[in-house]
Design a protein around this ligand. Structure first.
Ligand code: ITT
Length: 200
């Protein structure tokens, strides 16, 4: 079965293809000939993932998935959470001139300066639209925020996130290693299990 993945993030496409590409054919937006920003206007991951999948379904039809992800940091009462992508462009401390990922990491490290409690989690919600019905799958991984960025694999906050039980950041892991344990891989496995129970 083909699933259009409603994202403009090439790293997510690689991770999802690596996680479930053996079972289902993942079509990126560019492969589907779609080139536009997908709105994400809500303040929960669930609503944003749903909105992204619904937007592509309404315009183009077909079964599709979308993922919304947030980094939830305990010392920041769960921030940046659903605002993880826009974090460095919001609030009192902003880095509008910096590339978003770099600005986000810089702001996070400043906000956690002198903080000993650095626990955090990545949470992903994947929305699936299958035969016009919507389903949600959640994946969570716990870890902590490092004192400085380390590694060049992955994307986003990966250089400062160290999963619990490991001595390296996500950005020091290759795609296969990250995909053994990541939030996105956990949600993806739930998606595959669900589709299998539907005999798809
Ligand atoms: P789409 O909305 O097009 O899917 P996006 O990059 O905007 O792509 P999100 O809104 O889900 O994706 O991402 C929120 C932020 O969290 C953004 O800054 C990402 O770089 C970051 N992020 C998402 N997944 C991540 C992961 O697995 N590792 C590190 N950072 C991640």
């Amino acid at each position: 079965m083909e699933l259009v993945f409603a994202t403009n993030n090439q790293h997510k496409i690689l991770e999802i293809k690596n996680a479930i590409g053996d079972y289902y054919q993942i079509i990126s937006l560019s492969e589907a000939g779609i080139e536009e920003e997908i709105p994400e206007d809500f303040d929960t991951l669930e609503e944003n993932a749903s909105q992204k999948a619904q937007y592509i379904f309404d315009k183009y039809g077909g079964n599709c998935i979308a993922d919304d992800t947030g980094l939830e940091v305990d010392a920041l009462e769960g921030r940046p959470g659903v605002f993880s992508a826009r974090y460095s462009k919001m609030g009192n401390l902003q880095f509008p001139e910096m590339e978003a990922n770099k600005g986000n990491i810089k702001k996070l490290l400043i906000e956690l300066e002198n903080r000993e409690i650095r626990t955090a989690r990545f949470r992903t919600v994947i929305a699936l639209i299958l035969n016009e019905r919507k389903y949600l799958f959640e994946g969570i991984i716990h870890g902590s925020i490092l004192y400085k960025a380390s590694g060049s694999e992955g994307f986003g906050y990966d250089p400062v996130f160290q999963p619990t039980g490991f001595d390296k950041s996500f950005a020091e892991m290759d795609l296969n290693e990250k995909n053994m344990i990541s939030h996105r891989a956990i949600a993806s496995r739930k998606l595959v299990d669900f589709l299998k129970t539907c005999n798809i």
